[in-house]
Design a protein around this ligand. Sequence first.
Ligand code: AMP
Ligand code: ZN
Length: 219
Amino acid sequence: MRLVLVGPPGAGKGTQAQFIAEHLSVPKISTGDIFRANVSQGTPLGLQAKAYMDRGDLVPDGVTIEMVRDRLAQADATSGFLLDGFPRTTPQAQVLDDMLADAGVKLDVVLELVVENDEVIRRLSGRRTCRTCNHIWHVDFDPPADEGVCDLDGGALYQRDDDQAETIANRLEVYAKETAPLVNYYAERGLLIGLDATGPVDDVTQRAIDALRPLQHDF
Ligand code: AMP
Ligand code: ZN
């Protein structure tokens, strides 16, 4: 199955992507994770992306698209994938359609995680990420047993630069302007499933799995 996950920052895309990809046995391809890995390794791509990310702006389409093109060409992505955080602009969506058409395949479904702005702000400002495994915790909604320490591997938790208050506001504006139009883009193509992304993480995952079940016997 070939899926895209869209939704505002803080909708829980990263967390849900992890569970849904596991459930479907497809690789999770998260452009944000790939960019962050490049930033922490100091690669040329990372150096290019960092300033945009720190401001909460989008990395330019050219850079992002080539990175995704390379990733989708890898063997594990040929029979399915879950894209988390891509596409985020209409040009990215158009290029993705073209890339898949060239490969003789197409997207099966786009899941939109629907959450209101206030909730998004609460979530993002309490979010903490593990330096070791990238698992996302939340100081109120999903705290680890020991503050600042990942339950999974003891890694130190940190607050992403782009989860600071000023940057959050900019990311929400960027989402409304650049990414929200994709909801219509995919709805017009009959691919969109909107999902209530509020409430406990497990409930949201279950809703996603239930929404995907009717599609699954096609695969
Ligand atoms: P995320 O972890 O998905 O919130 O992504 C973190 C940051 O990486 C974003 O705020 C952007 O700066 C950058 N980024 C991730 N995906 C994309 C994309 N598809 N297009 C442009 N920039 C992206
Ligand atoms: Zn961890």
